[in-house]
Design a protein around this ligand. Structure first.
Ligand code: ZN
Ligand code: FE
Length: 256
């Protein structure tokens, strides 16, 4: 199985668009093209010809470049079947458990509703890469615009079964503010305190904090940690069920 070369493009105020390139075949996907010009420029600079767009969900800051890039390149647009009517120009509809070949690189698709009802994620096992869209962020998770906390917890739980070394290519640089919230619910988490030092340093220098690894997220992301006794105690739910703790944590983040 082929290993992808992944190039990160920072656009708008805090979005990350990714170019994923399979050198064996030349196939190149844009993941969640918020915009057109910076993405086309980045692909040109790499000498990569865009053959695919992979969309995680319908929001404009993930699909805004779809039609124009398709027009310019003739690329194939792959997106969630569950939301096919809201993905501009969709050609290939994928759903939970499907695999999709980007050249010789195989993606497994997860349906991960919560942020939107039809959100999906693409996991390239051979590249240790998860494109998580607005579901899992570095030290955070997406807001629940179209789903319930129970759905989001179920979605995040799918990611927790992936290998610890999986790199989380999320779609926004929200890490610093997510981390401030994480500290409010786990003030004594040593891994979190250490990670925040690194994150502050990186952001002072304008350096991306994304991707992180799943191991880091499991150790520091409160939305993957409803089982933490420390977090449960802080939110006043010691011994409660995981969905209940997750729900309370998400509610606190909404008003943080
Ligand atoms: Zn979104
Ligand atoms: Fe977004």
């Amino acid at each position: 199985m082929s290993k992808l070369e992944i190039h990160q493009v920072a656009v708008l105020s805090d979005n990350y668009v990714y170019l994923a390139h399979d050198a064996e075949t030349g196939a190149t996907a844009v993941v969640d093209p918020a915009v057109v010009e910076p993405v086309m420029a980045a692909a040109a600079a790499k000498g990569w010809k865009i053959t695919h767009i992979l969309n995680t969900h319908h929001h404009a800051d993930h699909t805004g470049g779809n039609l124009e890039i398709k027009d310019m390149t003739g690329c194939t647009i792959v997106g969630p079947k569950a939301d096919k009517d809201r993905i501009p120009g969709i050609d290939i509809e994928v759903a939970d458990g499907d695999t999709y070949m980007l050249g010789n690189a195989e993606a497994k698709v997860f349906d991960v509703p919560g942020h939107t009802s039809g959100h999906c994620a693409f996991w390239f096992a051979g590249s240790d890469a998860l494109f998580s869209g607005d579901t899992l962020f570095a030290m955070g998770c997406g807001r629940l615009f179209e789903g319930t906390p129970a759905q989001m917890w179920d979605s995040l739980s799918k990611f927790m079964d992936l290998p610890d070394a999986t790199q989380i290519f999320c779609a926004h640089e929200y890490t610093l503010s997510n981390g401030e919230f994480a500290l409010s619910v786990e003030p004594e988490n040593a891994d979190l305190l250490a990670r925040m030092e690194e994150v502050r340093e990186k952001r002072r220098g304008g350096v991306p904090t994304v991707p992180s690894t799943l191991a880091e997220e499991k150790a520091t992301n409160p939305f993957l940690r409803p089982m933490s006794a420390h977090l449960q105690e802080t939110v006043g739910l010691s011994g409660a069920g995981l969905v209940e703790v997750f729900t309370e944590t998400r509610a606190r983040k909404d008003s943080f």
